[in-house]
Design a protein around this ligand. Structure first.
Ligand code: DQA
Length: 149
């Protein structure tokens, strides 16, 4: 049987992981995150398509492309989670299971990070678990795909 495809999307500034505020985000790079996701995907018997962009429009287009192509989405929208109604609308339009990830615990940080538009389209939100949050998110989406056949 063909493995289900889960698209793992990363928003702005996540290409700077490892360099960017390591006291908050840790020292792992985005390549390390991709490796962790690939290992989780092997264990879960799913295929992943792992991407990062700094562009809001590109992120919206990538979400739209998931419709009919992917079985689920893991997204760290980064700052666009807090600002983008366009991203929320795209996630609602694709009608797929979505898990939102933030490496830091956004609720322990500035008030403007406490709300995310993306959460309104997400089945679940994982935050504060560092890069391991991605592996938990993949597990959750894989479970949903299996349960919902
Ligand atoms: C983040 C949290 C966001 O508030 C921030 O804008 C990021 C990263 C995280 O993974 O903790 O860029 O999404």
């Amino acid at each position: 049987m063909k493995r289900p495809l889960i698209v793992v999307l990363n928003g702005p500034n996540l290409n700077m992981l490892g360099l960017r505020q390591p006291e908050i985000y840790g020292e792992a790079t985005l390549d390390d995150v991709e490796q962790l996701c690939l290992q989780a995907a092997e264990r879960l018997d799913v295929t992943i398509d792992f991407r990062q962009t700094n562009g809001e429009g590109e992120l919206v287009s990538w979400v739209q492309e998931c419709r009919g192509r992917a079985s689920g989405i893991v997204i760290n929208p980064a700052a666009y989670g807090h600002t983008s109604v366009a991203l929320l609308d795209a996630l609602l339009a694709v009608e797929l299971p979505v898990i939102e990830v933030h490496m830091s615990n956004i609720h322990r940080r500035e008030a403007f990070r406490h709300h995310t538009y993306v959460s309104q389209a997400a089945r679940g939100v994982i935050c504060g678990l560092g890069i391991r949050g991605y592996a938990h998110a993949l597990q959750a989406v894989a479970d949903m795909i299996e349960d919902e056949g």
